[in-house]
Design a protein around this ligand. Structure first.
Ligand SMILES: Nc1ncnc2c1ncn2[C@@H]1O[C@H](COP(=O)(O)OP(=O)(O)OP(=O)(O)O)[C@@H](O)[C@H]1O
Length: 275
């Protein structure tokens, strides 16, 4: 065994290493792209079906094997249809040269500043019963949704957020999308959840917040215009009646510990050129 491994390394050419590196980079970015989206759950399901097919073959259950093989073929044909939005987004990102995401890493102080400004704005809007919808992009890019709104690309501040959501102003309808310390766009249209089990108290603003969190790994804040309560959504779930401190802590958890944008982070983090 050891000899075989040694032989393998001895016969390895520089191109083979490059080959492995390219495949690793591709798979890692693919993982980052689909992590925490509905694609992950579907892939887990596929993996289980694959294992079941192998097991059926190994136990020589011919009828089960035959059915599973046909089923797998059908699923593989159906996959591009089911994953059409994800595939489109991935191809667009490659087309825009964004598959390998390179972005400056935010310091802890910068994140704290962003979170404080957003939470203070949300609390203030809650007191005044001003409805608001704020999406924090994480590893899954939200360019598709940013494109549905008005581009801003301004630094996050309590004052700017407060201004955007003033009732009857052009930008107040729809969602604000935040990427790191920038408000990328306002007035964005988000997909509504189709979950029928939700409370009837939750109108379209809350349904949009849940809907986008089902499609991507973003975290979304909602301020209710009716009650002034603040909620957040993540992974298709809604967490309601948040106070400022809990919200701050949850956002820290999501954004400061959980925010990774890919291999570029690691490279930048350990880069000797990093100041
Ligand atoms: N698909 C969507 N994407 C983004 N924003 C949306 C979407 N649908 C509705 N909204 C926002 O939600 C507002 C309507 O909120 P609605 O009263 O229906 O929801 P709600 O969940 O009951 O919230 P509230 O408690 O604030 O009343 C719209 O004016 C718009 O700003």
């Amino acid at each position: 065994m050891l000899n075989q491994i040694t032989a393998l390394f001895m016969t390895m050419r520089a191109w083979d290493i490059l080959d492995v590196l390219v495949v690793t980079l591709f798979l890692y970015n693919l993982y980052v792209l689909i992590k925490n989206t509905r694609a992950t759950a579907l892939l887990k399901g596929l993996l289980l079906l694959g294992l079941f097919t192998l097991l059926a073959g190994w136990l020589q259950l011919h009828a089960v094997s035959w059915i599973m093989e046909k089923l797998m073929t059908m699923i593989l044909v159906a996959l591009p249809v089911v994953f059409q939005p994800e595939l489109r987004r991935a191809l667009e990102q490659i087309g825009r040269g964004k598959f390998y995401v390179s972005s400056p890493i935010m310091t802890e102080q910068e994140w704290t500043n962003v979170i404080d400004n957003v939470v203070d704005a949300a609390v203030e809007m809650g007191k005044k019963k001003i409805g608001a919808l704020l999406v924090f992009e994480r590893t899954v890019g939200l360019d598709d949704y940013i494109d549905t709104g008005i581009r801003i690309e301004g630094l996050v501040s309590e004052e700017l957020l407060g201004n955007i959501f003033i009732v009857n102003t052009p930008l107040h309808d729809g969602a604000v999308i935040i990427r790191e310390n920038r408000i990328m766009a306002a007035g964005c249209l988000l997909p509504l959840t189709r979950d029928r089990s939700l409370s009837s108290e939750l109108g379209t603003r809350h349904r949009a917040a849940i809907g986008i969190s089902e499609q991507a790994d973003c975290v979304v804040l909602v301020v209710s215009e009716e009650t002034g309560t603040i909620s957040y959504t993540y992974g298709g779930h809604i967490y309601r009646h948040m106070d400022a401190e809990t919200l701050r802590n949850r956002l820290r958890g999501f954004l400061m510990q959980g925010h990774r944008r890919g291999v570029s982070d690691v490279i930048q983090k350990w880069s000797p050129l990093k100041k």
